[in-house]
Design a protein around this ligand. Structure first.
Ligand code: ADP
Length: 192
């Protein structure tokens, strides 16, 4: 199954993607993780991305598309994938659509995790304490939420217009949210 998870920072995409990966037996592709790995490795790309990420802004579409093309060229994605963190704007959504058409693997499902803003802020503050991510500072969090509302929210409509969108309530225990996602995907699994 080819699946993309949509949702604001703190909506639980990463956590749910990690569980879905085991359930569906397909790789979890997180563009945030791919970028953080580049930063940790100190690559040229990582050096370019580091400050942009810490500020809460988006890394260039060109860099992201290159990274994704590279990732999708690996054999483990042939049986499907869970994409998390991409697309983050309409240009990325269109580029992804083209890329997937080109490799003959169109998206089956876009799942949006819906969580109210106050709860997002609370969750990220909790994670900041536990993990100390460079972009979890209050200023960066504000910027990330703003970028989400301005640039990423329209991507939800893109998938709605393509008839691929499923909205899932992201409030509740991790188990509850996971069950809701799996139920939302059930019809697709039956058709194959
Ligand atoms: P979150 O969903 O919690 O905001 P991610 O781990 O998905 O965190 O992303 C962290 C940062 O990595 C983003 O704020 C952005 O700077 C960069 N990034 C990740 N994915 C993309 C993307 N598709 N386009 C541009 N920048 C991205």
């Amino acid at each position: 199954m080819r699946l993309v998870l949509l949702g604001a920072p703190g909506s639980g995409k990463g956590t749910q993607a990690a569980r879905l990966k085991d359930h569906l037996q397909v790789p979890h592709i997180s563009t945030g993780d791919l970028l953080r790995a580049e930063v940790a490795a100190g690559s040229k790309l990582g050096l370019e991305a580091k400050e942009i990420m810490a500020s809460g802004n988006l890394v260039s579409d060109e860099i992201l598309l290159g990274m994704l093309e590279d990732r999708f060229s690996r054999d483990d994605t042939k049986g499907g994938f869970i994409l998390d963190g991409y697309p983050r704007n309409l240009a990325q959504a269109a580029a992804l659509d083209q890329l997937l058409q080109r490799i003959g693997q169109p998206m089956d499902y876009a799942v949006q995790l819906e969580v109210p803003t106050e709860m997002l802020v609370e969750r990220i503050a909790g994670r900041a304490k536990a993990e100390g991510r460079a972009d979890d500072s209050p200023e960066s969090v504000r910027r990330r939420l703003q970028v989400y509302n301005d640039q990423t929210a329209p991507v939800v409509d893109f998938y709605r217009q393509h008839g691929q969108l499923t909205v899932v309530n992201g409030v509740g225990s991790l188990d509850d949210v996971f069950t809701r996602i799996v139920e939302a995907l059930a019809p697709a699994k039956e058709v194959g």
